[in-house]
Design a protein around this ligand. Structure first.
Ligand SMILES: [Fe+2]
Length: 176
């Protein structure tokens, strides 16, 4: 049976159902919308990075199998936990978090890899995906700073630290 996607278009950030209260946290609706939009891109890249890392954990082969299989597991486990923190920050700012493959595909700068690359190629793809996710996170700082949004700045700082450190570790695998 064919599955059909259901569209439920609701104006984001303006919940007016019975009992809904306007958000009043000292960040304007306009700024909350801009930050949520940026965080949605970060969530999409984070999900794409998570999926790529888990895929490579399953499919890596070669003399470095054991170390890469374990390394990728540590990375995708950390990445999986981060998805929830990013999505819930979007919710706290009053916007719906993207949560479908269609939305992630549209929003992500990180694209999935076709087929099964060699172990070395996998590491190269992951370095690029870690760096791309770091760049998406970093690009949000101007709007977050302007809005005085410390919780988002804190989250972004933590994500940047992880992506930059992981990219360094992966790059080190490629060196002689
Ligand atoms: Fe596993």
């Amino acid at each position: 049976m064919a599955t059909k996607r259901i569209s439920t278009k609701k104006k984001a950030g303006n919940a007016k159902g019975a009992g809904a209260l306007m958000i009043d946290i000292g960040i304007s609706a306009n700024e909350r919308a801009k930050i949520a939009k940026g965080l949605s891109k970060l969530l999409a890249d984070s999900y794409a990075l998570y999926l790529m890392t888990h895929n490579f954990h399953w499919n890596v082969t070669g003399p470095q199998f054991n170390s890469l299989h374990q390394m990728f597991m540590a990375q995708y486990t950390e990445q999986w936990t981060a998805l929830d923190l990013i999505a819930e920050r979007i919710r706290a700012l009053g916007h719906p978090a993207p949560g479908t493959y269609q939305e992630f595909e549209k929003l992500a700068s990180v694209k999935q890899v076709e087929g099964v690359p060699s172990a070395t190629e996998m590491v190269r793809y992951l370095v690029k995906a870690q760096e791309a996710t770091a760049k998406t996170a970093r690009s949000l700082f101007p709007v977050v700073g302007e809005a005085n949004d410390q919780p988002t700045a804190d989250l972004l700082t933590q994500r940047l630290e992880v992506h930059e450190k992981t990219a360094w570790m992966l790059r080190s695998v490629l060196e002689d």
